[in-house]
Design a protein around this ligand. Structure first.
Ligand code: HEC
Ligand code: HEC
Ligand code: HEC
Ligand code: HEC
Ligand code: HEC
Length: 312
């Protein structure tokens, strides 16, 4: 980031901090302005940050504009109808994903009890990690609305020397932004946590825990095979033609969004991020009800999610 950008951010941050209640000590907010129901448009995964029906340009929407491109569409941060990333088995995927070798995995922790083999995180985890590992800007997509798509000339290198794909030609006045921030990064300055953390500003919610990083040793294992003959685990009762396995709650033989699933992308059915989470949100009690918190497929009240797989 150049000095000019720093000054603009510092000025904005001071302005916003003045809106908060902090007197010296910074205490971040934990509440949300999203309804968390009906559609992804009413969740934090709406990266336009403008909840439909909210007051014109809801305050957080305008605040975010200098820090990521506002494409004005909800789906485009992850999907594109044409020109999608066909190198990955994900629906019309509009982002790059990294090699599984980028990550430190749970087996490297070396617990004595683990029985299953861990391959690398599969695509149904790499999709999430394309934002949540904090190494790629959240607005870094392959096909921008109305654009001719991506060309190598659009790649840029950020202040950490990391390729920050596709955004070189975007700058103030062009892509509506002067900074393409990442959820987190250990060095450098282009992180959403510069406001959204206890070191940030009081008016912003604390997002520290959402920035998973590249070290997955402290996260539930992913890319791990699911045991089929182990009394410590429940037995799945649904399969897809591809070989994915799932807990079919309604017996319709279809992998519904509220059903925990194990993805088979070549190594047999495995646990991935999307085994437990649906990034679009899942109604807790039928249409129109609030989504399960944190995009979970099954509510974890009473450890319901854990007990879907584990017999404990
Ligand atoms: C300059 C400080 C600042 C930066 C940088 C910043 N934000 Fe924010 N953000 C805020 C503030 C302040 C709010 C609360 C606004 C309000 O309550 O109206 C907010 C609100 C949000 C919300 C809504 C939270 C909720 O649940 O209601 C999301 C999501 C969000 N920001 C995402 C991001 C992302 C993603 C980035 C990086 C691309 C980012 N922010 C960078 C200050 C910032
Ligand atoms: C934050 C990223 C993100 C956004 C935004 C998003 N999706 Fe998705 N979507 C995903 C991921 C990741 C998957 C694959 C889930 C998996 O691994 O099974 C997916 C899968 C899908 C699928 C396949 C069926 C399913 O539910 O898994 C459809 C259809 C879909 N998305 C439509 C949409 C539409 C329409 C929008 C906009 C209203 C949208 N998505 C917004 C991330 C996103
Ligand atoms: C396009 C970028 C992007 C992708 C892809 C993405 N997320 Fe997120 N996610 C965000 C942002 C931005 C937030 C808001 C909080 C923040 O800024 O850190 C968020 C928040 C969350 C939260 C907290 C929700 C809440 O209401 O408190 C969860 C859980 C989550 N994401 C899980 C996932 C999972 C699982 C996947 C993959 C299936 C995924 N995300 C894919 C950008 C993304
Ligand atoms: C075995 C199920 C499971 C898997 C696999 C899983 N999660 Fe979660 N995740 C959860 C549960 C349960 C919570 C809620 C934790 C809480 O509220 O304390 C959660 C919370 C989160 C949150 C919100 C922050 C927090 O710590 O509460 C994010 C972001 C998230 N998960 C992302 C991911 C990503 C990215 C992956 C893949 C690398 C992943 N999850 C894999 C079950 C899972
Ligand atoms: C989708 C199925 C699934 C769900 C849901 C699930 N797990 Fe797991 N979990 C597994 C598998 C498979 C393993 C690997 C077991 C092994 O290697 O013996 C595992 C491993 C673990 C381990 C590590 C065991 C070790 O020996 O190091 C713990 C702890 C754990 N899970 C806790 C939880 C908790 C807590 C939840 C709920 C938040 C949960 N799991 C939800 C499938 C699941």
């Amino acid at each position: 980031m150049n000095t000019n950008q720093w000054m603009r951010r510092a000025a904005l941050a001071t302005l916003i901090a003045g809106m908060g209640t902090a007197h010296g000590q910074v205490t971040n907010r934990t509440d949300t302005e999203f309804l968390n129901r009906d559609s992804i448009a009413f969740t934090r995964h709406n990266l336009t940050q403008r909840q439909p029906g909210a007051a014109p340009n809801s305050p957080n929407g305008s605040l975010m504009d200098p820090f990521r491109n506002n494409y004005g569409e909800v789906c485009v941060y992850c999907h594109t109808p044409h020109g999608a990333n066909a190198s990955v088995q994900l629906p019309l995927w509009n982002r790059t994903i990294k090699a599984g070798t980028t990550y430190q995995t749970y087996d490297q922790l070396g617990t004595s009890t683990i029985t299953q083999s861990i391959s690398r995180p599969g695509v149904n985890s790499l999709s999430c990690l394309s934002c949540h590992d904090g190494t790629t800007a959240v607005d870094s997509i392959i096909n921008m609305p109305g654009s001719g798509g991506y060309s190598a000339a659009m790649q840029t290198t950020n202040d950490d020397g990391v390729i920050n794909a596709f955004l070189a030609t975007w700058g103030p006045g062009v892509g509506d932004t002067f900074e393409h921030m990442k959820l987190n990064e250990s060095t450098g300055s282009g992180s959403c946590l510069s406001c959204h953390s206890p070191d940030g500003i009081a008016a912003a919610q604390n997002f520290t825990v959402f920035a998973i990083g590249t070290d997955l040793r402290n996260d539930h294992p992913v890319g791990i095979t699911f045991p089929t003959t182990n009394p410590d685990f429940n037995v799945t009762n649904g399969t897809t033609p591809r070989g994915d396995a799932f807990f079919d709650l309604d017996g319709d033989n279809r992998m519904d969004k509220n059903e925990v699933r194990l993805y088979d992308t070549g190594d047999g059915p495995e646990v991935e991020c999307a085994s437990c989470h649906d990034p679009h949100g899942v109604a807790s009690g039928g249409a129109g009800t609030n989504f399960n918190p944190t995009f979970l497929r099954v509510s974890n009240v009473g450890s319901g999610l854990c007990m879907t797989c584990h017999v404990k």
